[in-house]
Design a protein around this ligand. Structure first.
Ligand code: ATP
Length: 371
């Protein structure tokens, strides 16, 4: 356990594109928030990885960076990859997938919440109540096929989906634990298994194991949805959703759809959680179309930093870190709801630096409200 006031070692991997722009914003906000509540300070250590680094050195994820991730209290990750930089076989540089496997980060946690002040994508006023979490299994599923796919005689291609009992049990258990925490805060306490059990044996097995885990949680609700039907529900009435758990590829697709419901990738944080390690990154990629212009909305990265504080707070039993997380969320909400700054992503004029300044200045407003 880390004792409060002893600094927490955070491995920082800014990566490529807008990852390099939103990461300093996140570090600044985290430092200000933890100092404001008197929590353990963060010792940020920046490490190399990504497509640009690969272009310069021939290595996408150096061993030194991986070792630093393993010896840190938590990992902050910006975004990695670049369209023109590829491995000799034509595949993209995606070290985040390697990190998930190396560190056993089996649960991709994607909270989707509408923030007051943001334009509503859906016209129904109930869309202001969007507040659900998508849990994506990330160590197997269809992504198991990465590096294993087969093209035979230029005539047929195969990618295999892997669903294991262990993998499904641990991610489902994680989803139920999260639903229990949310229920304590007044949410429904329902976990929906998102699958395609009507067609695929692998998905029928996923659902069977889900049901077995659900039976251990009699105080929570379980539900099932086929992935196609769930995609429709997400657009028609997303305010009815609570916690969703799904296979890797379905989760990949649904998480971008989910971010679209709240208007953009720049408001969608995420966490990759394993038994031992936690990595926190925005749901967005490197955004080559806006990279280098300073336009990126840093909120997703900043909110991912708040998720890191919550994870560390639970790990170490340190309430001050949880207070700092609430302050950050409150400051983002204050910035948007008072229109202190409106991100360019949402038609406003605030660039990355201006958004960061506004969130930091809102920290003190939130602190006064809390006091
Ligand atoms: P990847 O394949 O890594 O997901 P991508 O380019 O397909 O990369 P994103 O990088 O997430 O996907 O970008 C999708 C769109 O969302 C782009 O138009 C991008 O400019 C926009 N976008 C993503 N993140 C942000 C952000 N933080 N602020 C503003 N716009 C963003």
């Amino acid at each position: 356990m880390t004792i409060s006031n002893q600094s927490l070692k955070i491995a920082v991997l800014p990566g490529d594109g807008i990852g390099k722009e939103v990461m300093p914003a996140c570090m600044e906000v985290l430092a200000a928030a933890v100092s404001s509540v008197g929590a353990a300070p963060m010792a940020f250590e920046v490490h190399n990885a990504g497509a640009q680094y690969y272009a310069e050195t021939g290595e996408a994820l150096p061993t030194a960076t991986l070792d630093a991730c393993k010896s840190s209290d938590a990992i902050l990750f910006g975004a990695m990859g670049w369209p023109d930089i590829r491995f000799p076989d034509g595949t993209e540089i995606i070290p985040q997938l390697d990190l998930r496997m190396e560190l056993g980060l089996f649960a991709g946690v994607r909270p989707i919440r509408w923030f007051p002040g943001l334009p509503r994508v859906l016209t129904d006023p109930r869309a202001e109540g969007i507040d659900f979490v998508l849990i994506r299994e990330q160590t197997e599923g269809l992504f198991y096929a990465r590096g294993r796919g087969e093209i035979i005689n230029d005539a047929e291609a195969y990618d295999t989906m892997q669903i294991t009992r262990t993998g499904t049990e641990r991610v489902t258990e994680f989803a139920f634990q999260l639903a229990a925490q949310r229920k304590r805060r007044g949410k429904a306490g329902t976990v929906t298994c998102v699958d395609k059990a009507n067609v695929f044996s692998s998905m029928a097995f996923f659902r069977k194991v889900f049901d077995e885990v659900a039976a251990r949680h009699p105080t929570l609700q379980k539900d099932h949805a086929y992935v196609d039907a769930l995609a429709l529900t997400m657009v028609k009435k997303p305010w009815t959703l609570d916690v969703l758990v799904t296979e890797n590829m379905f989760g990949d697709i649904l998480s971008d759809l989910a971010a679209g419901l709240i208007g953009g990738m720049g408001m969608a944080p995420s966490a990759d959680i394993g038994e031992k390690y936690g990595l926190f990154q925005p749901a967005h990629g490197t955004a080559p179309d806006i990279a280098g212009k300073g336009f990126a909305n840093p909120c997703a990265m900043i909110l991912s930093g708040a998720m890191m504080l919550d994870w560390l707070a639970a790990r170490d039993g340190d309430e001050k870190l949880a207070d700092a997380a609430r302050m950050i969320e409150g400051a983002v909400e204050h910035t948007l709801s008072t229109k202190l700054a409106v991100p360019m992503e949402y038609g406003g004029t605030a660039n990355c630096t201006e958004m960061t300044r506004s969130v930091i200045s809102s920290l003190s407003a939130v602190r006064k409200e809390v006091a």
